[in-house]
Design a binder for this molecule. Structure first.
Ligand code: MEV
Length: 433
């Protein structure tokens, strides 16, 4: 079934109960009952599979999986699975995707699937000479790696180039760094790049007379950038007493703060990563790798700044853009073994790592907009605490229908605290006795 014909506008989805949401996904053909089962605690990741994934396994650990709605990316509607513990994030992404839709949705792109592997070359007498030797033998060195991964080679991937960088100053003096550029296609690429780096090292030592020390992938994957853009019609930003222009300008002022101050940029970028990490988790990707690359990229000009930019376009609309390294895979890693990952990729209708990266970047941009819009208007707590109220009710001991009833009362009283929730529950229980 083609997802192109399916919509991500599932109106009223959030008002349905769990059973009804399942029904909706099945009836619309997004998932089969078996795939849906991969998201349920009783039929999700089998313990035996988990036992093969890491060491000393004693169990599996669950987190909520929600679906962000309304996303339209490069003209295609996508339902986006998000795994995280924080309320407001899925609602925020879905709401902003609806606003972005009014401006034509997200347009997203990728620069390719080139990863960088690093070789640290020490004990060289003449750095420039070693550099020239490596570059003069580039073709031979790359040729030696050609057959290392025949499957990747047949897919058009594999080693593509070598670059040499001089590190003039370090705690141990000057040294050379060799960058191996590899096209990893739909894989995240860590394994294939690390294997190639280790394989390449002896030939580099022989050629230069130096000592190759570290041989490892770089998470600053700046040859594998993904970017997303959206335009929000100014009038769509208006709500309650806030004018569209006021909200638009407030968002740009908030962005300017993050772009100029690392203390604010850290929080601003954390909001972007709220969306990004949640999709990475749902799709079994290495979110620590993406986090590391994102923050290093945010500091690429020598100081740490915003990963996104927000501005007014010629028509006066709000225009946003996000660009960051996104080393994500749809093959290898946890993809094949975790049933939830396969179901998540199916739900999105993703066919390649670059498509996944484009979705992830769009969600990051939507999440950033959600945070900036809230911060520039009511503040973050109003919406957040309303969603948090249900968690508070559960923590206080409410179950079943009482959760929503208690949450509604806490919101009405504007007292969203566990002690108050316990007090109310106590009076309800006394009333029953
Ligand atoms: C909270 O998880 C994320 C925010 O702090 C992001 C931001 O401040 O931009 C709301």
């Amino acid at each position: 079934m083609s997802h192109k014909k399916q919509t991500s506008r599932l109106k009223g989805f959030y008002q349905l109960d769990l059973e009804e949401r399942h029904q909706e996904l099945l009836e619309r053909g997004y998932l089969t009952p078996e795939e849906l089962g991969a998201f349920l605690p009783e039929s999700g990741l089998p313990l035996e599979t988990a036992d093969h994934m890491i060491e000393n396994v004693v169990g599996v650990f669950s987190l909520p999986l929600g679906i962000a709605l309304n996303f339209q990316i490069n003209g295609v509607d996508r339902l986006v699975p998000m795994v995280l513990e924080e309320p407001s994030v899925v609602a925020g992404a879905s709401f902003m995707a609806r606003l972005a839709r009014e401006g034509g949705g997200f347009s997203a792109s990728c620069t390719g699937s080139i990863m960088i592997g690093q070789l640290q070359i020490l004990d060289l007498k003449d750095l420039s000479l070693a550099r020239d030797q490596i570059l003069a033998h580039k073709e031979d060195l790359l040729g030696g790696l050609e057959d290392l991964d025949p499957i990747l080679r047949d897919l058009g991937g594999g080693p593509k180039d070598l670059e040499v960088r001089e590190i003039p100053h370090s705690a141990i003096g000057p040294f050379l760094v060799l960058h191996l550029l590899m096209d990893v296609r739909d894989a995240m690429g860590a394994n294939v790049v690390n294997t190639a780096c280790e394989f390449l090292a002896p030939a580099v030592e022989e050629l230069t007379g130096g000592r190759v020390h570290l041989r490892i992938l770089s998470n600053l994957a700046d040859r594998r950038l993904a970017s997303a853009r959206c335009t929000i019609p100014t009038q769509s930003l208006a709500f309650e007493e806030y004018s569209g222009e006021g909200v638009r300008d407030g968002i740009i002022e908030a962005w300017a703060f993050a772009d100029a101050d690392p203390y604010r940029a850290a929080t601003h970028n954390k909001g972007i990563m709220n969306g990004i990490d949640a999709v990475l988790l749902a799709t079994g990707n290495d979110w620590r790798a993406v986090e590391a690359g994102a923050h290093a990229y945010a500091a690429r000009y020598g100081f740490y700044r915003s990963l996104s930019t927000w501005a007014v376009d010629r028509e006066g609309n709000l225009q946003g853009e996000l660009e960051l390294p996104l080393a994500v895979g749809t093959v290898g890693g946890a993809t094949r073994v975790h049933p939830g990952v396969n179901a998540a990729l199916k739900l999105m209708g993703v066919e390649s790592a670059s498509q996944l990266a484009e979705i992830v970047a769009s969600v990051g941009l939507a999440q950033n907009l959600a945070a900036l819009r809230a911060l520039a208007t009511d503040g973050i707590q109003r919406g957040h605490m309303r969603l948090h109220a249900r968690q508070v009710a559960v923590t206080a001991g409410a179950a079943g229908d009482l959760v929503n009833k208690l949450a509604a009362l806490l919101i009405e009283e504007n007292e969203i605290r566990v002690d108050r929730a316990r007090e109310i529950l106590g009076t309800w229980q006394e009333g029953k006795e």
